[in-house]
Write a protein that binds this ligand. Structure first.
Ligand code: ADP
Length: 398
């Protein structure tokens, strides 16, 4: 079976055509500058070929059409006919409380995703646009929605409730939802497989550390707590997002600098996080480089981030009454040996012992804790596309 996985943003669209049973990626790429001019980057992993095209993309429909044309092309295509695409899996950011798993897209599902727009005003409209564009270009092909929030719907109320007047939850759906669910689910499943154990018997803490970061407590295969909240602004400091802060700061700064809430949120989303602390960059590679050259604020930004992750690991171990495995994934988690070591060191009291040599690795599934470490520490590259393709294949096969 071949599944086309689509991750549609407001002006970009990522795609992958893959076979979920063999895990082979036939083609992958990216449409950028949709609505501006349009650029397609199309890659064939089997040959390493990379093709770039300037193609007018006034809307997502032209972007999807250009993807289909590239997949079918005589020169750089990978399929002979559109009928080889058995299904399309769409990443959808917010499923609210309506979706605790992936679903076949119907008119009702589209309506329910629309109902979640107020919860994710930047993401859900773009995801919906991507779905509609595919429906237009590929009529009759079954499509599945895979939600970033779905995996976290198993959280107990004590984890997701905010200490606000209860009617804000009941009437306005203000609660912790959590994000990166597809990634946390994928790596926790892989961790169980690597350890040769049933996921039902494991307490796992998954650390998705990238440009956006979140940590999740996975008890018996179920998310029981996670660091992102009502929005992806919560939890750890991120590339440019503040993460958790004292809400009282908002009033103080807004009054002092005469900012309205839009300006304030722009600061919290775009100018904060490790970029805000360092004044250097939102990219951890730049920060490490600057810190090595003696930039103290760059060093402080990395320290504050690592410390935030360490605290969450401690908190989630307490929440679950123990931990069997800690997983590092995403850009920073997969690539920064120094940060993994900094985060895990000092946790020896709770049975975490790193193997500094084994930790000197990048982007491949590896056990990075010492042989006698009570808690296993694992590096697992995330693969959200594969997870989306698997869910899609399973649902359309039914
Ligand atoms: P996104 O959240 O956008 O999907 P990624 O998971 O791709 O992000 O992570 C991107 C981040 O990973 C970059 O901002 C960069 O800081 C970090 N990163 C990538 N490679 C390294 C590395 N070798 N060392 C430290 N950080 C890295």
């Amino acid at each position: 079976m071949k599944v086309l996985v689509i991750n549609a943003g407001s002006s970009s669209l990522k795609y992958q055509l893959l076979d979920p049973s063999t895990e082979e990626v036939l083609a992958q790429g990216l449409c950028e500058r949709i609505g501006i001019d349009g650029r397609l980057t199309h890659k064939i992993p089997a040959t390493g070929a990379k093709h770039e095209f300037e193609i007018p993309m006034p809307t997502h429909a032209e972007a999807i059409q250009s993807v289909i044309d590239a997949l079918l092309s005589k020169e750089h295509g990978v399929i002979a006919s559109m009928s080889e695409i058995d299904a399309v899996g769409h990443r959808v950011v917010h499923g609210g409380e309506a979706f605790n798993k992936s679903v076949l897209i119907t008119d009702e599902v589209m309506k329910a995703i629309e109902d979640c727009i107020p919860l994710a005003p930047l993401h859900n409209p773009a995801n919906l646009t991507g779905i509609r564009a595919c429906q237009k270009v590929m009529p009759g092909v079954p499509m599945v929605a895979v939600f970033d929030t779905a995996f976290h719907q198993t959280m107990p109320a004590k984890s997701y409730i905010y200490a606000l007047p209860y009617e804000y939850y009941e009437k306005d759906k203000v609660r912790r939802y959590g994000f990166h669910g597809t990634s946390h689910k994928y790596v926790s499943g892989r961790a169980a497989a690597m350890l040769g154990k049933n996921i039902e018997d494991l307490k796992i803490i998954t650390c998705h550390l990238g440009n956006g970061s979140s940590v999740t407590a996975v008890d018996g295969g179920k998310s029981v707590d996670t660091s992102m909240g009502f929005t992806p602004l919560a939890g750890l400091p991120m590339g440019t997002r503040s993460g958790d802060l004292d809400a009282g700061i908002l009033e103080y700064l807004m009054n002092k600098y005469n900012m309205d809430i839009k300006e304030m949120l722009n600061v919290l989303n775009k100018k904060s996080g490790v970029l805000g602390i360092s004044g250097v960059s939102s990219d951890f590679r730049d920060l490490s480089e600057a810190a090595e050259k003696g930039n103290d604020r760059a060093g402080l930004a990395v320290d504050a981030f690592n410390y935030g992750v360490k605290k969450l690991i401690g908190a989630y171990a307490a929440a679950m009454g123990g931990v069997d495995a800690i997983v590092f994934t995403a850009g920073v988690g997969e690539n920064s040996a120094d940060q993994r070591l900094a985060i895990a060191s000092g946790l020896e009291f709770m049975g975490v012992k790193m193997d500094a040599e084994a930790n000197k690795v990048r982007g491949k599934e590896t056990v990075i804790s010492a042989a006698d470490s009570q808690v296993k520490v694992l590096l697992i590259p995330t693969n959200e596309e594969l997870m989306i393709a698997r869910d899609t294949a399973e649902i359309v096969s039914k």
